[in-house]
Design a protein around this ligand. Structure first.
Ligand code: AMP
Ligand code: MG
Length: 341
């Protein structure tokens, strides 16, 4: 897919976020960009270690994850599972199913990778999204139930309870690819890097000058997404944001975004503009950010705490809530937003 088309489709989270990431960027990283994998924009900047070899290996791994897990790829394990109701899945994919199940259970079903029939029905992010009829939504919603996915956590045959069910790892696979990239970079001696896989940021180590990375959080308002509303000082952690301001379509003056509530079958409407999760593992943070965006502020705070992750939630009224572990790292930079908790 061409870059301009992709950027229009997903917004420019990756590039804008990293450009905003450092006030005075340290010099001369080895960088690598891609729009070829996981339906998103990837940008990596590596400052030390065997940077070129590390990036080659990381991108080969990301290509491998894309081949197994992307719904955009008709031959992926996920596409075969959704089409045939049964597929042989690799230990990678099965491990991600297991993590998805944990977050699904912890979130009371707000995160559910069997969201596939609803994603296909709405087509948000595809070339022809549409508002389905209520009957269609009811039917697709009745197919969403993570417990209908049977799998062995170490890999092998996975099955869906009915063939009309479908799996979609769009809410978690980028995080997994991010974790794998970090693992590979570290194995190549990298101690300083800033990664962005479609909004899944990872601040690896520190800047070359020994200071923490400063990551810009994008303004979660439609049409303003080149700006940042806050910064976060970060080192050896992931920062993952879900929001409704990037991937959406409009019909009859109503905006429909891409994060769907498995209960209503509609784009979630929990009073949040964005949910950001901060912590050690990007796959977990990815699933949690999607879940928290569906659940809203109060239930989202409880969920993040239960999994040991920090959170930043921006509500529709532009009030911002952060968890205690981020108090010294977080700074609001846009006075239209108010820190309330
Ligand atoms: P994210 O941008 O990480 O919040 O993920 C959004 C993507 O996850 C969507 O484009 C869908 O592919 C998928 N998705 C949408 N709603 C849900 C949900 N409630 N649970 C799990 N995945 C979802
Ligand atoms: Mg997510």
């Amino acid at each position: 897919m061409r870059l301009d088309k992709l950027v229009r489709r997903v917004g420019c989270a990756a590039l804008a976020c990293l450009l905003a990431a450092c006030q005075s960027p340290p010099p001369d990283p080895i960088t690598r960009d891609s729009v070829d994998y996981l339906g998103t924009v990837i940008h990596m900047a590596v400052y030390d270690g065997d940077a070129n070899e590390a990036l080659d290996e990381a991108f080969a791994r990301i290509a491998d994850i894309d081949r197994r897990m992307a719904t955009q790829n008709p031959d992926s394990e996920i596409s075969v599972l959704s089409r045939d109701g049964e597929a042989d899945v690799s230990p990678d994919t099965a491990a991600l199913f297991a993590l998805a199940r944990d977050v699904s259970e912890a979130s009371g079903g707000a995160f559910d990778i069997t969201i596939g029939p609803l994603v296909a029905l709405w087509g948000i992010g595809s070339d022809d999204p549409r508002v389905p009829s209520q009957a269609e939504i009811d039917e697709a919603t009745s197919l969403v139930d993570e417990r209908g996915l049977q799998f062995d956590p170490s890999g092998g045959v996975a099955r869906l309870k009915t063939q009309s069910m479908a799996v979609d790892l769009g809410g978690i696979a980028k995080g997994y690819a991010c974790d794998e990239t970090v693992r590979i970079l570290r194995a190549h001696g990298v101690r300083s890097a800033l990664l962005d896989l479609g909004g899944n940021i990872y601040a690896l180590g520190k800047r070359p000058d020994g200071r923490a990375w400063k990551v810009g959080l994008r303004t979660p308002i439609v049409g303003e997404t080149d700006g940042i509303f806050a910064t976060l000082a970060a080192s050896d952690c992931t920062i993952v944001t879900s929001g409704g301001y990037e991937r959406y379509f409009e019909q009859d003056g109503v905006r429909y975004h891409h994060i769907l509530d498995p209960v209503t079958g509609y784009p979630s409407d929990s009073g949040l503009l964005s949910a950001t999760i901060v912590g050690p593992r990007s796959a977990t943070a990815d699933a949690l950010s999607t879940a928290c965006f569906v659940l809203g502020r109060d239930k989202g705070l409880a969920l993040a705490a239960s999994m040991g992750y920090e959170a930043i939630f921006v509500a529709d009224d532009r009030s911002v809530t952060i968890t205690d572990g981020l108090r010294t790292n977080f700074a609001l930079t846009d006075d239209r937003f108010t820190l309330v908790g």
